[in-house]
Design a protein around this ligand. Structure first.
Ligand code: A2P
Length: 283
């Protein structure tokens, strides 16, 4: 881990020499009409990393926020993702250009393949395109999302280029220990989507609530702190300004080893999965 940024968000080192802030603002299901204001709220609160995707239909609204914000472009870390219908070499480049136009950016910090969509068997082609776009200087870092070990092995073997990040569903009910260990062993940073388990049952879990009471923190802060201490990058989503602020305020307290172990014991294995299974997901 590198030194904290001026907003005290630690930077995580990536394999290619770049860095990603450990907490970012996730834009999944952030509606078009509210997205620009919410991103500006997040940036005002101190977020420097924003995560969107072509399929979230809010890249243009993020672009508007970036134009309005007084924070210099170089101080922000912007991620977007390639959708599954654009995995061929040519389509990937067209989709990337469209995203960049909507975002109003010349250079992207991180571009991810959103899902492997293995039934199409085109994700290696998409990966080769990302490598080219990076070599042309249009993207600083390239990675993947929702990739399982065989998908990761496949792109690395075929191209000799490793993704720097794998963004996956990960929360205390679905800890993905084998995949996380494999990524760590291969120096691939794990970024957790739905780090709060979408905010439902998990935030009401008696174990989480009791730790929250002990520490005088909210259940969401306890869960995010658990991720931080495991070295995960997190991108909590909230459409509520108070929660947006709360979710970044996770660097001035710590969970004890016992508290970490209690949360570790909440893992439900594969039955804890909320989203689609990348092996079978067919969008
Ligand atoms: P809201 O947008 O009303 O704040 P995840 O990032 O794991 O997918 O979780 C997102 C869900 O969790 C959203 O429904 C969001 O609701 C809720 N959420 C986000 N932050 C908090 C928080 N600090 N406390 C409670 N719920 C939260």
């Amino acid at each position: 881990m590198d030194t904290p940024t001026k907003t005290n968000i630690p930077l995580i080192n990536l394999l290619d020499g770049n860095h990603i802030p450990q907490v970012g603002y996730g834009m999944w299901q952030v509606s078009e009409d509210k997205a620009t204001d919410l991103v500006l709220t997040a940036i005002d609160a101190g977020y420097t990393s924003i995560d969107t995707a072509m399929i979230y239909y809010n890249e243009a609204e993020l672009g508007k926020a970036l134009k309005k914000s007084s924070v210099p472009r170089d101080d922000l870390f912007i991620t977007t993702k390639l959708w599954n219908d654009s995995h061929s070499v040519d389509k990937t480049k067209v989709a990337f250009d469209e995203s960049m136009k909507l975002l109003g950016l010349d250079t992207l910090d991180l571009y991810l393949i959103h899902w492997p969509a293995p039934e199409q068997n085109l994700y290696v082609d998409a990966w080769s395109s990302l490598i080219e776009l990076q070599s042309e200087g249009k993207i600083k870092s390239i990675g993947v999302s929702n990739f399982h070990i065989p998908h990761l092995e496949n792109i690395i073997t075929k191209t000799n280029v490793s993704p720097v990040i794998n963004q996956i569903e990960l929360h205390p009910y679905f800890q993905q220990r084998e995949l996380k260990r494999w990524c760590e062993d291969n120096s691939i940073v794990v970024e957790a989507w739905s780090p709060l388990g979408r905010g439902g049952e998990l935030l009401d879990d008696p174990v989480i609530k009791s730790i929250a009471q002990e520490l005088k923190r909210s259940p969401a802060q306890v869960v995010l702190r658990w991720h931080i201490q495991h070295g995960n990058v997190v991108i909590p989503k909230s459409a509520n300004p108070a929660r947006i602020k709360e979710n970044i305020d996770v660097f001035s307290f710590q969970l004890s080893p016992q508290q970490m172990m209690s949360i570790n014991s909440l893992d439900r294995g594969s039955s804890g999965r909320i989203g689609p299974n990348p092996d079978t997901a067919n969008f």
